[in-house]
Design a protein around this ligand. Structure first.
Ligand SMILES: [Fe+2]
Length: 382
């Protein structure tokens, strides 16, 4: 076996896990927490119990909620200044990928005393961040278990990635009750994002025996329960299945890395400020069709895991069935978007493609991709 490493935080899963935040913060010897969140999560009511738990454990709090849906470099800098000025010594994020990535960015800036834009790339972190507790309120991003931080650079209209085990939190409190406040569209987008994490991790050139079982179980859980969950939004047992699937997908992709769907969706999300899950969902079947020939046996396993009967089918037929299955799943969860619907035109493709080629996720895509390849796939998704 090749030498492999597997990085994961301590995490606590289950209904009510959020209530443990005070105890964990106190165990980390915290005196004052910067609680990073956003307006939607505040309105949904998930910040109040976090503050109450911290209060009960004797940890003071400062809330920072000026975080956009795609967190921006200046928001990270603003949060870092607030952390320092208000004497905080621990970061707690409550929310989806945006507050969690913003909190990770704040930790990097506070530790180094430099601008967040200086840390783009892989393994650029030199100084440990303050303690970090993450509480996801969506089931899909997996920022709560991953080694990734994605920040928007508004001036350049692009997103950039920071990849380092230094951004893995000290603990994640994964509480499926928090996902009850997701609307159906957010549930669909984040659920498909999680499925894409599992698929990309399974065919990534960085996949291995430590990540494959998590990727396959994530596919089973999400494929088997996402449609039902969206039809029954108050069913906590279904929420748990999707949250567990999302977490397993996160463990897989954080260690196997991703592929062209994410490289292209980061570029798209930075350009148009669109939700990350939406970008992935628009692109997924086009990238799968492009990639299939580079890893046919692994894509066959994916097809079988998604419930496709592959007996008697050749690889062309399996590829077709897999593409049809992904489109049908998107439609079943109410997703009918295209890039064209969001104003992307042919003239945007060169800019989008150039930035996708610069994204670290393109490096682990199973099929080596040229600029022209990426342009063609964007064109198919219009
Ligand atoms: Fe993602």
């Amino acid at each position: 076996m090749e030498i492999r490493k597997f990085v994961a935080p301590e995490f606590v899963c289950g209904a009510g896990a959020l209530q443990l935040v005070g105890r964990y913060a106190a165990n980390l010897a915290a005196k004052k927490a910067l609680v990073v969140t956003d307006a939607g999560v505040l309105a949904a009511g998930w910040v109040a119990p976090v503050l109450a738990s911290l209060q009960a454990a004797g940890v003071a709090q400062q809330v920072f909620s000026a975080v956009s849906p795609n967190p921006r470099d200046h928001e990270v800098m603003q949060g870092a200044a607030l952390f320092v000025d208000s004497g905080c010594d621990i970061l707690v994020a409550v929310g989806g990928g945006s507050p969690m990535d913003c909190a990770k960015g704040i930790g990097i800036v506070v530790a180094h005393g430099r601008h967040i834009l200086e840390f783009e790339g892989v393994d650029t972190i030199r100084v440990p961040s303050p303690p970090l507790i993450l509480i996801p309120t969506t089931a899909g991003t997996s920022a709560d278990v991953s080694q990734f931080v994605i920040i928007s650079n508004q001036q350049e209209r692009m997103k950039f990635s920071i990849v380092s085990k230094a951004v893995v939190p000290d603990v994640s409190l994964i509480d499926p009750e928090t996902t009850l406040s997701m609307d159906p569209f957010l549930s669909a987008c984040t659920g498909i994002d999680a499925l894409v994490h599992a698929i990309e991790a399974f065919v990534s050139t960085g996949h291995g025996p430590l990540t494959d079982p998590h990727a396959l179980e994530a596919m089973r859980l999400i494929n088997g329960h996402l449609v039902q969950m969206i039809a029954n939004p108050g069913d906590i047992a279904l929420r748990e299945k999707i949250m567990l699937g999302s977490m397993q997908a996160g463990l897989a992709f954080s260690n196997a890395i991703l592929g062209a769907v994410h490289a292209m969706s980061h570029s798209l999300g930075g350009f148009l400020d669109l939700p990350h899950g939406l970008c992935n969902a628009v692109l997924v079947e086009h990238v799968v069709a492009f990639n299939y020939s580079a890893a046919p046996e692994r894509f066959k396993v994916i097809a079988e895991t998604l419930g496709i009967d592959c007996r008697g089918l050749n690889h062309n037929q399996i590829r077709q069935r897999l593409v049809e299955h992904l489109i049908a799943l998107k439609h079943a969860v109410g997703f009918h978007e295209t890039l064209g619907l969001h104003g992307v035109g042919l003239s945007d493709i060169p800019f989008l493609s150039q930035h996708a080629m610069d994204d670290p996720c393109i490096l682990t895509n199973p099929r080596a991709s040229s600029l022209r390849d990426v342009e063609v796939v964007y064109g198919e998704a219009l």
